[in-house]
Design a protein around this ligand. Structure first.
Ligand SMILES: C[S@@+](CC[C@H](N)C(=O)[O-])C[C@H]1O[C@@H](n2cnc3c(N)ncnc32)[C@H](O)[C@@H]1O
Length: 296
């Protein structure tokens, strides 16, 4: 079970809001790991099957990944899941570049590593994967050119830990490409409403995630990935308004902040994912260059 916030060990103060940032308890991270180990993100199947499902849902994403890989030689992905985007990134990164995928789910990292072995002849860059926490990245300060993180940080109990780490590890001038759920969009609103219904049912019957347990193992992932399981089972599912994103990212320069993604794929004619119903924030950030030291 998650511990009540007041029982958590105090951590440090957030640089933007000056609110205390709590260190996660072991059980919070364990619960996250257990969920994603039981349901690695996306369709369960071969890389080809995963790609078909993923890029049918997000047809704009492969072009975006290609753009990122051609603009940045060294990429660190936070929450790489089964490594589906990693394979696309590594097929576009310039040879001599590098890719590190970090995920808190060891089962997902194992699948990503197996996929990379099977794909190695098709990749320009050999990816490496690490089990780790986006809120405590095991890398030096100012060491990373580019951070990529798709649909991950909104599942953290305290996502400010990750933003603090992104700022710490990025090189001055480095970029981060992030996607976070956007508040008040149909898909996110439905997911949140369904979670509320489940919470009500749990309260009445004393159950623990009753719908999740009913649905688990039913193989609905073909059309929706792990979206339905995620909606009922994941420990944290958050979404953000524009001003909340700006507050979270206040230590970095925001170079792009726009809606993207198809709440209802059949309604959209455009293939670039743009539109006011977009259920993700498409966020690009840059870490400022250091000011030259002033003359004595
Ligand atoms: C919705 S999936 C997204 C996976 C991948 N980015 C994709 O789009 O297919 C979320 C992933 O984030 C990982 N995750 C959640 N919290 C994490 C954390 N604190 N640190 C690292 N990974 C985390 C989960 O294990 C899971 O694989």
């Amino acid at each position: 079970m998650l511990q009540a916030p007041e029982s958590r060990a105090p951590g440090y103060r957030d640089w933007a809001t000056h609110l205390p940032v709590m260190r996660p308890t072991l059980s919070e991270l364990q619960e996250t790991r257990e969920f994603w180990n039981a349901s690695p993100c996306g369709r369960q199947g071969t890389l080809e099957e995963r790609k078909v499902q993923r890029y049918r849902m997000e047809p704009w994403l492969p072009d975006k990944i290609r753009e990122i890989a051609t603009a940045n030689a060294n990429v660190v992905e936070l929450g790489c899941g089964q490594g589906t985007d990693a394979m696309v990134l590594c097929s576009w990164l310039p040879s001599g570049g590098s890719y590190l995928g970090i995920d808190h789910s060891d089962a997902s990292v194992e699948i990503a590593r197996d996929t990379a072995m099977a794909e190695q002849s098709r990749l320009r860059v050999a990816p490496t994967f690490q089990v780790g926490d986006a809120g405590a990245i095991d890398l030096e300060n100012d060491s990373v050119d580019c951070i990529y993180s798709m649909g991950v940080l909104h599942h953290m109990e305290d996502e400010r830990r990750a933003f603090r780490e992104i700022h710490r590890v990025l090189k001055p001038g480095g970029s981060a490409y992030l996607w976070l759920y956007r508040s008040w969009t149909p898909k996110v609103a439905v997911a949140k409403a369904l979670r509320r219904v489940q919470e009500g049912v749990d309260r009445i019957f004393g159950s623990d995630r009753a719908f999740y347990k009913m649905l688990y193992g039913r193989h609905m992932e073909g059309s929706l990935g792990t979206m339905v399981l995620e909606c009922f089972g994941v420990p944290h599912l958050k979404s953000y308004t524009r001003s909340e994103v700006l507050r979270l990212t206040s230590d970095l320069e925001v170079t792009r902040l726009a809606p993207v993604g198809y709440s209802f794929p059949w309604l959209h004619r455009r293939n670039d994912g743009q539109g006011f119903l977009g259920y993700f924030w498409d966020i690009e950030l840059r870490k400022a260059w250091r000011q030259p030291p002033s003359a004595p």
